[in-house]
Each structure stands twice: as structure tokens, then as C-alpha cells.
Design a protein around this ligand. Structure first.
Ligand code: ZN
Length: 147
């Protein structure tokens, strides 16, 4: 076992781990131990941006577009100054090629994922339905997921 300091009140202070991308339990628990002011850990929380098997299975089918904002929110930065909003979609390479200039498209396809601003998301005509819990196929996307 690790040297994780236990909470005098909450002992291991466990949280159920959620997948950030689909907001569903991964089946893993997070050991929080002693938190500042001996706070009780939230019942459920994200650990990091590792996708669960289901989300990974969707992401490997194409290129994942991740909506980000430059305004700090409750989520950790994905890259400098960009915070995910929770909205993402996986599209086929052909869609990327149809929407971006060749040099940009090649770079995005090579990276397998791209973080884009809310403004660009909207300009690309991607659906802006946050927190709807909807999973659907539309406009030729392989899959669209709303956290
Ligand atoms: Zn997931």
C-alpha cells in the first residue's frame, strides 16, 4: 500500500471515478485520503482525461474534436489556456479534410484529436447541445457525444 495519509474522519475517503468524456462511472475508485481541512471527498469525480473503454472505442474510429474555452472552469487545462467544456465529437478523416485547409487537416489527422474554441466549433456547424446526454449520429459524423 502507498503512504497515502488517511483522513481521521473519512479514512480512505473514496470517490467513484467518472470518465470525463461520458460522465459515467469507470468502475474504479479514487483514494483521496486526507484532504485539506479534512474535507469529505466528492461521491463521484474525474481523475484525469483518460477515456473509458467505451469512449476510447469511439475515439479510435476517427478524429476527436474537443470544444474548449479560454475561460477557466472546473476542469483542468487540456493545453495552455484551453479548458474543455465537456463537449466533444469524433468525426471521420474525410470530414476534417472537407473543413480544413490541407496543411491544417494533415496536422489534425496526424494528432488524432484537436482542441478547438467554442467560436470555431460553432463556425464549423458542430451541434451546440451541452449536457443533453444525447448520443446520436448526425451529418455524417461517426458519433456525437454530449457529456
Ligand atoms: Zn467514457
Amino acid at each position: 500500500m502507498s503512504a497515502l495519509p488517511k483522513s481521521p474522519r473519512w479514512n480512505l475517503n473514496l470517490s467513484e471515478e467518472l470518465c470525463f468524456w461520458c460522465n459515467t462511472p469507470t468502475g474504479n475508485m479514487i483514494l483521496n485520503g486526507l484532504l485539506p481541512n479534512d474535507e469529505k471527498a466528492p461521491e463521484k469525480q474525474y481523475r484525469d482525461y483518460t477515456p473509458c473503454k467505451k469512449c476510447e472505442g469511439i475515439m479510435v474510429t476517427g478524429i476527436t474534436i474537443i470544444q474548449c474555452t479560454s475561460v477557466a472552469n472546473n476542469f483542468k487545462q487540456l493545453q495552455d489556456g484551453l479548458y474543455p467544456t465537456g463537449l466533444w465529437t469524433t468525426v471521420p478523416e474525410s470530414w476534417i479534410k472537407s473543413m480544413f485547409k490541407p496543411e491544417a487537416a494533415d496536422k489534425i489527422i496526424e494528432g488524432k484529436a484537436v482542441n478547438i474554441t467554442v467560436e470555431l466549433w460553432s463556425r464549423l456547424g458542430l451541434p451546440n447541445l451541452i449536457n443533453s446526454g444525447v448520443t446520436e449520429t448526425m451529418m455524417g459524423y461517426t458519433q456525437t457525444n454530449f457529456v
